[in-house]
Design a protein around this ligand. Structure first.
Ligand code: KG4
Ligand code: ZN
Length: 389
C-alpha cells in the first residue's frame, strides 16, 4: 500500500554491509556486500578489516538498493540504521552514513537495535508479528530468548548464552575439523551424511537446577575438540560427518527444547527463530516438529533474511514510523552494547531531533517525516544530485 512507510535500512554491525528498502511489510530491495572472504584466513571477523570494507561498500550498496527498489531517495519516509549492538568501528560507519543521508535528504533518522531487527524482519516474510511473539535469536554474536510484546517498544530478555554464541560454536568446531569459515553452512551440509546419535555430546545447562532459558556452548565445543583429538592421537580417522551431525544435534536439541519451554511457561503460542544459525536445516526441522507437538506456530524467515542484512533494519524502521515512535537525534551514536530492552534510540528531550527540519536546522523532528519533508524539495534535488548520480 502506497501510504505505508517507505524506509531505507543500513546494517553494518559485523561483516555484512546491508542496505534494504521496505514499504511497510513489503520487501523492495535487499542489497548485501559481505567481507566474509577477507576474514576467512583469520578464522573469524577482524574488526578493522570489517570497518574498512563497510566504508568501501557503503555508497555502492545504497545505490544498488535504491535502484533495485525503483525508489527515488526523496520519496523515503525515513532512514533506519543499526545503532548496536555490534563492533564499534563497524557500527560507526553505518551510523555516520545514515546520518549523512538523512540530513542531506531532510528525513528522520531511526537508530535501531540489531537484535530487535532480526525479529522484525519476519514481518517481510510472514506478515505482522503476533503480540507477544517469542524469539529465539541465534547467530555468530548472540544466542538469546526474547519475549516481544511489541518489537518497537517492549522486548524482554528471558535468557542468553553465558559463554559462546551458537554460531560461534559452529565456527569453532568447523575450525577443529578443518572445514573453513564460516562453519555453520558447511557443518550443516556435511552433517546430512552423518548420524546425529553417533556420539553423545553434552547438552549445556539442561540440568534441573540450571537457568531454564540460558545457554552454554563452550563445554560442548571443548568436548567435541577433545573427542577429535583423542581419535587423532589414536591414529584413527575422524568421522567428520558423524561428528558434525552429533555436534549439530546437541546444539539444536538444546535451542529448540528451551525455546518451546519458554513459550509454554510464558503462555506464548508463536515462536520466531532468527539470526544466521536459523538458516540451519536441522534446527528448522526439529523446531518444526517440536512446535507442532506443543501447539506452537513457528515462523522462520528464509535464510537470506536470517543472516545479517539491511532489510531487517528497514523493517524495524518502518514499524517505528508506522507506530509513530520518536526519531533519533542528529547526535545519535553507535553503542556496541546497546541492550535489547531498547529497540530503538529515540532523541533525548531537548536534543536536536532528526527529520525534515534537520536540513533546515530548525530542530523540530517529525516521527513521520511526511509533511515537513515535502516542504523541502530543494533539499531533495540538491542531495540527489550530489549523492546519487
Ligand atoms: O546473523 P549472522 O549472519 O551474523 C551475526 O550476527 O553473527 O550469523 C552468522 C553465524 C555464523 O556463526 C555462521 O556459522 C552461522 O551464523 N550460520 C549457520 C548456518 N548458516 C550460518 N550455523 C549453522 N547452520 C547454518 N546453516
Ligand atoms: Zn545478527
Amino acid at each position: 500500500m502506497a501510504d505505508e512507510p517507505l524506509v531505507l535500512g543500513i546494517e553494518t554491525s559485523c561483516d555484512e554491509t546491508g542496505v534494504g528498502v521496505v514499504r511497510g511489510h513489503t520487501l523492495l530491495a535487499d542489497a548485501v556486500a559481505s567481507s566474509v572472504d577477507e576474514h576467512a584466513r583469520f578464522g573469524g571477523v577482524v574488526p578493522e578489516v570489517a570497518s574498512r570494507a563497510h566504508l568501501e561498500a557503503m555508497v555502492p550498496t545504497v545505490r544498488r538498493a535504491l535502484k533495485e527498489a525503483g525508489v527515488a531517495p526523496g520519496d523515503l519516509d525515513g532512514i533506519a540504521v543499526t545503532a548496536g549492538p555490534g563492533l564499534s568501528g563497524a557500527l560507526l560507519v553505518g551510523v555516520s552514513a545514515a546520518k549523512a543521508y538523512a540530513y542531506a535528504l531532510g528525513k528522520p533518522l531511526y537508530g535501531v537495535n540489531h537484535l530487535a531487527s532480526h525479529i522484525a524482519v519476519d514481518q517481510l516474510e510472514h506478515g505482522p508479528l503476533p503480540e507477544p511473539t517469542m524469539a529465539l535469536l541465534v547467530s555468530g554474536g548472540h544466542s538469546s530468548l526474547l519475549l516481544a510484546p511489541d518489537i518497537t517498544s517492549d522486548v524482554r530478555p528471558l535468557g542468553a548464552t553465558i559463554d559462546d554464541a551458537a554460531g560461534e560454536a559452529f565456527d569453532k568446531v568447523a575450525r577443529v575439523l578443518n572445514l573453513g569459515f564460516p562453519g555453520g553452512p558447511v557443518i550443516d551440509r556435511v552433517a546430512r551424511d552423518g548420524d546425529p546419535d553417533a556420539i553423545a555430546f553434552p547438552r549445556g545447562l539442561t540440568g534441573p537446577r540450571d537457568a531454564p532459558y540460558d545457554f552454554s556452548f563452550s563445554g560442548l565445543k571443548t568436548a567435541v575438540a577433545r573427542w577429535i583429538e583423542a581419535k587423532r592421537k589414536a591414529g584413527e580417522e575422524v568421522p567428520v560427518a558423524d561428528v558434525s551431525a552429533s555436534f549439530q544435534e546437541a546444539v539444536v536439541d538444546v535451542l529448540t527444547r528451551k525455546a518451546v519451554r519458554a513459550c509454554r511457561e510464558n503462555g506464548v503460542d508463536h515462536l520466531m527463530i532468527g539470526g544466521g544459525v536459523a538458516a540451519n536445516s536441522r534446527l528448522r526441522a526439529l523446531a518444526e516438529r517440536r512446535c507442532e507437538d506443543a501447539g506452537i506456530t513457528l515462523r522462520v524467515p528464509r535464510p537470506k533474511l536470517c543472516t545479517d542484512n539491511g532489510a531487517m533494519v528497514a523493517a524495524l524502521g518502518a514499524e517505528m514510523v508506522a507506530r509513530g515512535r520518536a526519531a533519533s537525534a542528529w547526535d545519535l551514536s553507535a553503542d556496541s552494547s546497546l541492550p535489547v530492552t531498547e529497540p530503538h534510540v529515540p532523541a533525548e528531550p531537548g536534543a536536536p531531533v532528526s527529520g525534515a527540519a534537520g536540513a533546515g536546522a530548525h530542530g523540530h523532528g517529525n516521527a513521520h517525516g511526511g509533511e515537513h519533508a515535502h516542504g523541502h524539495d530543494h533539499v531533495h534535488e540538491l542531495s540527489q544530485g550530489n549523492l546519487y548520480s
